[in-house]
Design a protein around this ligand. Sequence first.
Ligand SMILES: Nc1nc2c(ncn2[C@@H]2O[C@H](COP(=O)(O)OP(=O)(O)OP(=O)(O)O)[C@@H](O)[C@H]2O)c(=O)[nH]1
Ligand SMILES: [Mg+2]
Length: 310
Amino acid sequence: MGLLARVGAGDLAALARLATYVENQEPLGLEAIERLYASTGRALTIGLTGPPGAGKSTLIDGLISTWRERGLRVGVIAIDPTSPLSGGATLGDRIRMRERPDDAGVFVRSMASRGRRGGLAPATAAMIHLLDAAGFDRVLVETVGVGQEEVEITRFVHLTVLLQIPGSGDGIQALKAGLLELADIYVVNKSDLPGADLLARELSGIAALSSSLDPKGEDAVPVVRVSAVNGDGIVNLVDAIERIGVRRRDASNLDRIARAELVAVMTESIRTRVEAATNRADIDRLVREVADRRQTPRRAAEEMLAALSR
Ligand SMILES: Nc1nc2c(ncn2[C@@H]2O[C@H](COP(=O)(O)OP(=O)(O)OP(=O)(O)O)[C@@H](O)[C@H]2O)c(=O)[nH]1
Ligand SMILES: [Mg+2]
């Protein structure tokens, strides 16, 4: 496989091609991960999430610069919630990261989350492995903190950074339940705007309370104030990520990630296999029978699963 060798040699054009196979979970992509998986596990992987427009992409651009100054290679996977059909913003508009065509140490990839065949979760996990195997020391995954599936991606990374912004009127932004809990670092971005002090205090209060209630006695989640547009506080954020990253690569956390991915991949493959083994008419018939109370949902599901062993 010439493509793999070229990726191994740092060829970003080859990596971009392979990434497309991996994103679409095509045979070439699946085979590449089979071959590469044993050489993954080196990168520190970081999820970065927050409400739309919080400045996630702008911040990632600053993180890239800081890591590059420290000699580290950075890969970015930006999960794009706009459907290709909805006519959302163009990619160039959404990915507010400078192009660095001359820098082989940076690779940015956007992945659509909507309207895709096969699950987002297995494809994203595979993409993380690809960038890890391609030698990127830090792999960032940007997700918008409102969609369920996008948020679940954070189960596949070592640590998660949650962005909040001041001045949105209601303090902590309405977010999916559980998002505050799964973050390892809180960032107050746009701290050049009024209200940053208040928001930082609120987040510190939440962090202190959660830590005092934590049976494992974990340290309070740090609150880092940054301004992604003018670069303030980015070095502090990188330092916090590096510090927590060391802890988050312990055995129990690696098991957590492996377990999450195993479950996600298994769920997805059962679903696609059942779909492939069952024809549309059978599914419609089962739906009718369940709706008419002639069959229980459990029995109907068993019948669909039985198609797998036929
Ligand atoms: N004042 C101020 N504006 C910022 C800051 N960071 C980002 N912005 C602006 O906020 C807007 C959104 O920035 P993005 O980086 O695209 O935000 P995002 O969270 O990636 O957005 P989505 O991917 O669409 O959810 C842009 O106009 C940025 O210039 C900041 O620190 N201060
Ligand atoms: Mg963005």
